[in-house]
Design a protein around this ligand. Structure first.
Ligand code: GDP
Ligand code: IMO
Ligand code: MG
Length: 432
């Protein structure tokens, strides 16, 4: 059986958790491969809402094994908190079904303090990170001085390594940023305690997945963030510090490309972004309020991890072209189509105007991106509430046309349309 992937095509929050929950029903293993608890994935089952940051979104399906892959950065305190919350809600998070790669890297309070200090120093130029220590943890990994999850097996060694790590980072925190130092003794004691609780979950990630695939099991890789937040292929430097794209799924799990089956790009029917950086189709004023929502609905556009209001704008097909190229997408799942109901005319960005030239790609230079003007094609809207629609035939003609337009323009088929946050709120699509 193959390795299928769920990839965010925009700036994250496309509804990847919701789609993972849907597709997890047919999978044996759900694996996160990048990022950490900067992710916020929401699943809604019979009105009950689960917000997951680290634990894969397949966890609500009892038969599924969940794996936190080698490319992930793990904050053990967050992991344990999330496990406790799930346990209290009757979800099994025992070591038999929840695994952590020995090669995943640990996030420490020093990483979080450094993330905050750097953002503070950047002031108006801040990235707008989630302040979860993601960048500093990946920085240590790439500098070959990170702390890997495998150390959780050796609490004493871990405590010593954490003690040295905190003391080293304290010099940077105090001397470079003028911040308060952390208590190295207390942090190392905390980590020794986390180690005892998490050690039984450790696995050899690549080995586990290879055995599973060879034995005919199916693996679903759950992307976090989105293609435009990719460290190489996103709007650098306004990106995250990992590779949330299809290539990142392979390196983050230790699986080769021969195993790959479907590469499912989750595309929100409009655009959203949290944090700073370019956003060519961004809206403000009343239209932005209309797309964002007031916060009254759980699906309104406010960050799952930070609660920040998300920036919103029209759908940008240049971004979907970019996502298709970077990820070799086999299909799109279009989410939040229901949010567009009631908008009389819906502009879709079909190209950019850059210095009088029409372009169909995202320039790598941010200066050039800032000079791009969106070229819109306006599609007719629909009035009907579509949240209860379950078949393509029942979708209003203009709603169907909107999705068809995406397929025509990108030459990538759509396999599902999502019309609400609930597990059942999907329209399967076979002939678009
Ligand atoms: P993720 O990070 O990609 O998993 O997405 P988030 O969970 O951060 O944000 C997506 C939000 O939209 C969540 O509140 C979901 O429950 C919700 N959602 C997902 N798909 C749909 C949909 O088709 N319609 C509506 N109304 N909400 C959706
Ligand atoms: P999910 O998986 C939306 C954004 C942050 C910031 C940038 C860098 O829920 O789609 P970081 O803390 O990673 O160093 O922040 O990346 N970001 C996300 N935006 N959804 C996410 O995850 C994100 N994870 C990181 O807002 O702009
Ligand atoms: Mg999210």
């Amino acid at each position: 059986m193959p390795l299928d992937m769920i990839i965010g095509t925009q700036w994250g929050d496309e509804g990847k958790g919701h789609i993972t929950d849907l597709l997890a029903a047919q999978a044996d293993i759900i694996a996160r491969f990048s990022g950490g608890d900067n992710a916020g994935h929401t699943i809604t089952i019979a009105g009950e809402v689960f917000k997951l940051h680290l634990i894969p979104s397949g966890v609500i399906h009892p038969g599924v094994t969940c794996l936190i892959g080698s490319g992930v950065v793990v904050n053990p305190a967050v992991m344990l908190r999330e496990m406790t919350e799930l346990k209290q809600r009757g979800v099994d998070v025992s070591p038999q079904r929840l695994k952590i790669s020995r090669k995943a890297h640990l996030i420490t309070p020093a990483h979080i303090a450094l993330d905050k200090a750097k953002e503070k120093e950047l002031g108006a130029g801040a990235i707008g990170t989630t302040q979860r220590g993601i960048g500093p943890a990946y920085t240590d990994k790439v500098a070959r001085s990170g702390l890997r999850a495998g150390l959780l097996d050796k609490p004493e060694e871990l405590a010593e390594a954490i003690y040295a790590h905190i003391n080293e980072k304290n010099r940077v925190l105090t001397e470079l940023y003028g911040e308060e130092p952390l208590d190295a003794t207390a942090v190392s004691a905390d980590y020794a305690n986390y180690a005892q609780q998490l050690a039984p979950h450790l696995v050899e990630c690549s080995l586990m997945l290879d055995e599973a695939l060879q034995n005919g099991r199916s693996v679903l890789a759950e992307g976090a963030q989105g293609t435009l937040l990719d460290i190489d292929h996103g709007t650098y430097p306004f990106v995250t510090s990992s590779a949330p794209t299809a290539g990142g799924a392979l390196t983050g799990l230790g699986v080769g490309p021969k195993n790959v089956g479907r590469i499912i790009g989750v595309a929100k029917a409009f655009s959203s972004r949290v944090g700073s950086g370019p956003f060519t189709t961004e809206l403000d004023g009343e239209l932005a309020m209309r797309l964002r929502g007031t916060g009254a609905n759980p699906w309104d556009e406010y960050g799952t991890t930070t609660g920040r209001p998300r920036r919103v704008g029209w759908l940008d097909l240049n971004i979907l072209h970019h996502a298709r190229r970077v990820n070799s997408l086999t299909e799109f799942v279009v989410t939040k189509l229901d949010i567009l109901s009631g908008i009389a005319e819906i502009p879709v960005c079909v190209a950019y105007d850059l210095h009088g030239q029409r372009i169909n790609y995202l320039p790598s230079s941010l200066e050039e991106v800032a000079q791009c003007q969106p070229i819109y094609e306006t599609l007719p809207g629909w009035d009907e509430d579509i949240m209860q629609v379950r078949q393509l035939a029942d979708l209003p003609a203009n709603a169907r046309r909107y999705v068809e337009f995406i397929v025509e323009q990108t030459a990538v088929p759509v396999s599902h349309i999502s019309v609400g946050p609930g597990r059942e709120q999907f329209i399967p699509v076979t002939n678009l």
